[in-house]
Design a protein around this ligand. Structure first.
Ligand SMILES: *Cc1c(COP(=O)(O)O)cnc(C)c1O
Length: 401
């Protein structure tokens, strides 16, 4: 293939149709990653390649040792913010999990996880050669995880393999129903067996207060582009000092000819991780994030308001635990499904109607049930959102009580 000028021209002015200024985007993964204005500026300033590496200290050449920009301080502050002793920024939440699983387990070990865990939790387990043991959920309509079932599953692993699971993973809030689990209770149960607890806070840390010490967990992983007003790829890996001695173990390999060693480098991080703009956006948004988690209560009020208003529509019912403890909402919408059967655009009618009203982020084609996230929308946007649904319902003869 010849890379003609015409062929390459499409890369020259790539615009984003669903930018924040043009649409209300309620896609669950998009709300917590909208940049602060400081981060948007930082992105321009630090966009060049290895931009943070100008002042890497030659005697200790490592990302977390850089003081200009203040990465070293940031890692301390990030750990403190999460109630942990050590923190590192990696490329994604999934990488933080992979690093944790790799350093805490051996091939063949079991990892106990909740049955609403993100697919990347399973993949990370598979990469490191671990087996998984799922903690069940209660199914429709609540999909609730019972903390005591962690004990049941740890016992099962013991019986099957003769040893304890390498770790237990708790999904703080799951991506399907936005259910919040009782971390304190689960962590206590796991610790009675001496099983380390990893908290997946991809949907919680950065938008709501998360304190690992109070929750009693050993490791926290999270996603900068999902919940910390940072651009991709950024992930957070925070842990107790005890875990740090295992997870952040340094390299011991030696070149057989050159005799070179890299004893300074953290092995599973492959030395350095995010060496440019994404890390700086995470840092630039940090003061904003520290402040915004205190306003979580109001975000919950908005979520509960939306549930209340949408459930006025005939056939609408919120799935998952009530009342909402998170802004990710899964709605069953039987009446709209009935509408879709007779509509010439079938299931796409809802997407079309919403887009015409400037609302995007619902999965196109879905009407029987759908999920969305109202985090960070203003009250007037939230009201506009529910009115849009009421209007669509009335247009198709569905009752709004
Ligand atoms: C979104 C999500 C992830 C993936 O986060 P990345 O930073 O993109 O890897 C992992 N786990 C859960 C529970 C999520 O909701």
């Amino acid at each position: 293939m010849i890379l003609t000028k015409e062929r390459l021209s499409k890369y020259l002015s790539i615009t984003r149709e669903f930018s924040e200024s043009r649409y209300i985007n309620v896609n669950p993964i998009q709300r917590g990653g909208v940049l602060s204005k400081e981060a948007r500026m930082a992105l321009l300033e630090w966009g060049d390649g290895y931009s943070v590496c100008d002042f890497c200290p030659p005697q200790a050449p490592r990302l977390d040792k850089i003081t200009k920009p203040p990465i070293s301080d940031f890692y301390d502050d990030l750990a403190a913010f999460l109630g942990m002793d050590e923190a590192r920024v990696v490329t994604r939440c999934r990488e933080a999990k992979l690093i944790t699983f790799l350093m805490l387990s051996k091939p063949g070990d079991y990892i106990v996880l909740d049955s609403l865990a993100h697919y990347t939790s399973y993949l990370a387990a598979e990469v490191v050669g671990a087996r998984v043991k799922e903690v069940p959920n209660s199914g429709y309509p609540e999909f609730k995880i019972n903390p005591e079932d962690y004990a049941v599953k740890i016992e099962e692993v013991l019986k099957e393999s003769g040893k304890l699971p390498a770790l237990a993973l708790i999904t703080h809030v799951d991506y399907l129903y936005g259910n919040l689990v009782d971390v304190v209770k689960i962590a206590k149960i796991c610790h009675e067996y001496n099983v380390p607890v990893v908290l997946n806070a991809a949907y919680t840390a950065g938008v709501s207060p998360v304190d690992g010490k109070k929750l009693g967990v050993d490791v926290i992983v999270s996603s900068g582009h999902k919940s910390w007003a940072a651009c991709a790829p950024t992930g957070i890996l925070a842990m107790t000092s005890e875990m740090a001695s295992k997870i952040l173990k340094t390299s011991s390999i030696e070149g057989d000819i050159s005799k070179r060693r890299f004893a300074m480098k953290e092995l599973a991080l492959l030395g350095c991780t995010v060496m440019g703009a994404p890390l700086v956006t995470l840092m630039a948004s940090f003061p904003y994030v520290v402040e915004r988690v205190e306003r979580w209560g109001e975000e919950l009020e908005k979520a509960r308001f939306v549930v209340r208003e949408l459930e006025r529509i005939d056939g609408f019912r919120q799935l998952g635990i009530k009342p909402k403890m998170h802004t990710l909402i899964h709605m069953e919408s039987k009446s709209f499904y009935e509408v879709s059967k007779k509509h010439k655009r079938r299931g796409f009618f809802l997407y079309d109607e919403l887009k015409a009203k400037g609302i995007v982020g619902l999965q196109p084609g879905l009407t029987k049930h759908f999920k969305f996230n109202v985090y960070g929308l203003t009250w007037s946007q939230v009201k506009y959102f529910v009115e849009a649904f009421h209007d669509i319902a009335r247009k198709y003869g569905v009752e709004v009580r």
